[in-house]
Write a protein that binds this ligand. Sequence first.
Ligand code: ATP
Length: 423
Amino acid sequence: MPQNYFKLIKDAFPEPVFRLIIQAGELAHGMSYGLYLVGGVVRDLLLDRKSDDIDIMVEGDAIKLADLLAQLPNTRITSYRKFGTSTLKVDDFRIDLATCRRETYSRPGALPSVKSGDITEDLFRRDFTINAMSLCINPGKFGELIDIYNGKQDLEKKLIRVLHSESFTDDATRIMRAIRYEQRLNFKLETKTEKLIARDLDMLDSISGDRLRKEISLWFSELQPEKILHRADELAVLQKLQTGLHWNDHFNETFSRVRKQAKPASAVQLYYCLLVYSLNESELDELLGRLNIHGGKLDNLCRLTLKLKNKLALLDEKEIKRADIYYLLKDFSPPAIRANALCTGSHRIRTYLELYLDNLRFTKTLLNGRDMARMGVPEGRLVGIVLQDVLKAKLNGEVKTKMDEERLARSIIRKLSDPGMHQ
Ligand code: ATP
């Protein structure tokens, strides 16, 4: 593992970012503030992994320092005075500045009460040894590693280890974070940490739905969330979220298909659908309630996914017409259909679902309301009825050109206006 941390920092970032780090260190020094790179960025530097987010902790007033940094050319800074934090953007990098703090927990799962502190106290509040290292960036001490909890050794041994035995009691979201880092980095939970997870699993009950949902979304933002779900099942973390949630052997294949088919933002939604697919409706209700998902896109999507799952048998017909497929699916959102296409075990049903997604749902008649008026159909319900019948015929391949559609429309209009029809 590299020892020359100055060079490590210099080589890891583009020149403007490195320059800003140096300038921030100099300004902080002038204010007698200690300044440190902390957490994930140090971990990733030592692992030679790329990280786009840089956390800098200030032994002093972070906002005052940010105000000075804002005067440098080409720096965009947003300060959140209420929270005492500032965010800088340089190139694609996001640099967060905050004041070092000391945290105490009044009860398990509560958000901590916070006081300003020094870097040692700040490192003590962190989740795992590998995330509890800092690199000083003040002149004279630039590149000095502070590693009170032997995080560097754990990086070498590839271990996820908590700093103390009450860590999960203080904040059980760390259980979910531990699994995420373990799987992302291909590490192992250190033996005692794994035992503490088993001991403190019930502490997850003390975590709010919003915080749990945020951690699940972080799982789903990883490169291979299915590995995390597998491990979460093994450690009974999934069942703690909802007793019906389980690892499914098909996840390996379905999750990787999602990555191929969907953009990252829609992938997260699809992952949720795949996760809930095996639940029944009351289990889904319970899970959505637990995660404080009420109304909104994700709620709707998960519910539609299960609703469609319960209707799939209607598609299991060899001779089904394309228009029937269309009308069965048209009120379901495409991601709910996609989720079902990924999860169904029936080749025939999958083919029909994909036919709808790739083709049928885009089908439109060439005739429109203006054509109807031209053909003498008065504005109103009749226009919709005629166009819908034309669409059905088009879906079934019975009409192709605009002339075909017009001929069919005229015959429908004739039939509808034939008084004999209404007897
Ligand atoms: P990545 O962004 O790569 O997942 P990160 O380490 O930057 O990793 P963040 O969630 O941005 O992760 O958190 C920044 C740092 O804050 C972490 O490295 C860790 O030291 C600390 N941290 C975050 N969440 C917690 C928590 N729940 N308990 C204790 N420390 C935490």
